[in-house]
Design a binder for this molecule. Sequence first.
Ligand code: ACO
Length: 290
Amino acid sequence: ISVGEGVEPGTEGALTRPGGVRGETERTLTSEELAEIGLRFEVDGEIATITLDRPDKRNAQTFATWSALARIGRTLPEQVRVVVVRGEGPSFSAGIDLRTFTPEGVPGQGSFASAAALDDGTFEKRITEAQQGFLWLRRPDIVSIAVVQGHAIGAGFQLALSCDLRILADDARFCMKEPALGLVPDLTGTKPLVDLVGVARAVEICLTARTIEAGEALRLGLAEQVVPREELPEATRTLATALLSTNRDAATATKRLLHGAVGRTLEEQCAAERAEQAVRIRALFGGTGS
Ligand code: ACO
């Protein structure tokens, strides 16, 4: 990943509910600031939409993109339950901005060459910060949907993998290109990939850096749905609406259970179900359990 200074908070803009790890109040980025980074963020009731908006560069991502995504996550309005992540133009995202590989790098954001010169601690911090842009999309209180048309390469594929669900247009193509470029995928994509397709298939996909077309992605479990490209917005709306039809607290608890299931034994999972259900039933029907 590239390094950079991230997005410096300014002084104006809406103040949000406390976010961040230390619980401080953090300012949301203005639409002008987001536009400069190549992003749009819109909230319509309980649905938020993040749009990668640099179509002329196939929505290539920079450190500023990841830093801004992390901030959107930390300052997400309380009412949002579904987060749609989409790309403007022909491709979802062509991955990391290739200028990162040049000595000059992305203006103001450094390059791999400048990253190589960082001490271990600073380097670790930079990658951690970039990963924060992806990690929050798995939060139990929201459901994230990647809406993918055209190419999703490298960081683009990892962004799609960081979402709970993926709706693909029939021209969608995934490619984990990092190993072909001498890198590893480090933007949180390896675990969901393995969880979805298994270790052997993940090895094959990553170490060949081959392209996976929409039909195969569906068969492998990398997509929940493939639709003709022109039907992508309608299919997304339909899925978002269906996701909003369940009780919010029950949905959050259920997502927490499902995510936790991967790392638990059956016995532990049964115990987790009992604990979550006790909270639900007391919330719905009263009682304190004492
Ligand atoms: N970074 C910066 N600019 C990019 C990137 C990128 N990753 N991808 C495309 N662009 C730019 C092109 O340079 C071109 O700019 P120009 O019009 O100023 O010349 C413009 O976007 C359009 O690109 P085309 O290649 O003409 O678009 P096309 O639709 O034919 O192809 C494709 C799209 C397949 C995505 C191709 O652009 C491509 O292979 N891009 C590089 C993909 C890549 O290797 N990404 C890094 C993966 S590793 C990682 O993400 C960590």
